[in-house]
Design a protein around this ligand. Structure first.
Ligand SMILES: Nc1ncnc2c1ncn2[C@@H]1O[C@H](COP(=O)(O)OP(=O)(O)OP(=O)(O)O)[C@@H](O)[C@H]1O
Ligand SMILES: [Mg+2]
Length: 208
C-alpha cells in the first residue's frame, strides 16, 4: 500500500541515504537541464504526475548513449517520488543482481531486510545501467524482479544504453514486450554535459 501524496516532504540526509542515490546525484534537479533538451518536457510531465504514475505502476525506460544524463534523470525521478512520501530504492543493475544472488541484507537504521525484499516492495525502484546479463542466472534474476514488480503494479525506472535489438537479444522478446507495456520509453539525448562541465570548471574561482 503506497502512502504517496501530493504533499512534499523535505528530503533529509536519512531519506537520501535510504534511497541509496549516489552522492553526486543528490543535488541534481530538473532546473539544471536546459529547456532545449528534448527529454526535459516528458521528464517534467512524469515528475509532475509522479503520484499517479507510481500508483498505477507506470515506470520509465530511460534509453540513451553514454553520459547523456540517464542516471541524473533517474535520480530526479527517485527524489521526486521520495519527496511525495514514496518508498524508493535506487540501485545499479549489477549491484542489485549481486545483492540478490548473495542474499545480502539492507540495513536501514533500525530495520533490516534482504535487498531482494526491498527491491520487490518499494513503490518506485530505479535499476540503473541495465546491461547484458553475464549468464542465465543473472538474466533470470532481472526477469524475476521486473515480472514480480509488474504483477504487483509497482513502478520501475530502467536506464540503459542497450538498443531495443540488443535488449531483445539479451533478455528475449517477452521481456522486451513486458517492459514496453509498463514503462514510458524516453530517449535521453541532446545536452552536451561535458562542455557544460568544462565551462563550470573554467568559471570556478573566477578563472577566465
Ligand atoms: N540533470 C542534470 N543536472 C546536472 N548535471 C547533469 C544532469 N544530467 C547530466 N548531468 C551531467 O552529465 C554527467 C553525465 O550524466 P549521467 O551520469 O546522468 O549520464 P548517463 O547517461 O547516466 O551516463 P552513463 O551512460 O555513463 O551511465 C553527470 O555527471 C553530470 O555532470
Ligand atoms: Mg548512468
Amino acid at each position: 500500500m503506497s502512502f504517496m501524496t501530493e504533499q512534499i516532504v523535505e528530503l533529509t540526509p536519512e531519506i537520501l541515504a535510504r534511497i541509496n542515490v549516489g552522492k553526486a546525484m543528490q543535488h541534481v534537479s530538473l532546473a539544471s537541464i536546459p529547456d532545449t533538451a528534448p527529454y526535459k518536457a516528458a521528464l517534467l510531465t512524469y515528475t509532475t504526475r509522479i503520484v499517479e504514475c507510481v500508483n498505477k505502476g507506470v515506470g520509465l525506460f530511460l534509453w540513451g548513449d553514454t553520459r547523456t544524463g540517464k542516471t541524473c534523470a533517474a535520480a530526479i525521478v527517485a527524489k521526486t517520488a521520495a519527496a511525495h512520501g514514496g518508498k524508493v530504492y535506487f540501485t545499479r543493475a549489477d549491484e542489485m543482481i549481486h545483492a540478490i544472488q548473495e542474499r545480502e541484507r539492507f540495513i536501514n537504521g533500525t530495520t533490516e531486510t534482504t535487498v531482494e525484499k526491498r527491491v520487490l516492495e518499494v513503490d518506485l525502484l530505479v535499476i540503473d545501467e541495465l546491461s547484458e546479463p553475464a549468464d542465465i542466472k543473472e538474466r533470470r534474476t532481472v526477469e524475476r524482479v521486473i515480472r514480480q514488480r509488474q504483477d504487483r503494479q509497482r513502478a520501475t525506472v530502467l536506464t540503459t544504453n542497450l538498443t531495443k535489438d540488443a535488449l531483445r537479444v539479451a533478455y528475449g522478446e517477452p521481456f522486451l514486450q513486458s517492459v514496453e507495456e509498463h514503462t514510458v520509453r524516453l530517449p535521453v539525448f541532446g545536452v552536451n554535459w561535458h562542455e557544460m562541465g568544462k565551462d563550470r570548471m573554467r568559471d570556478f574561482l573566477g578563472a577566465k
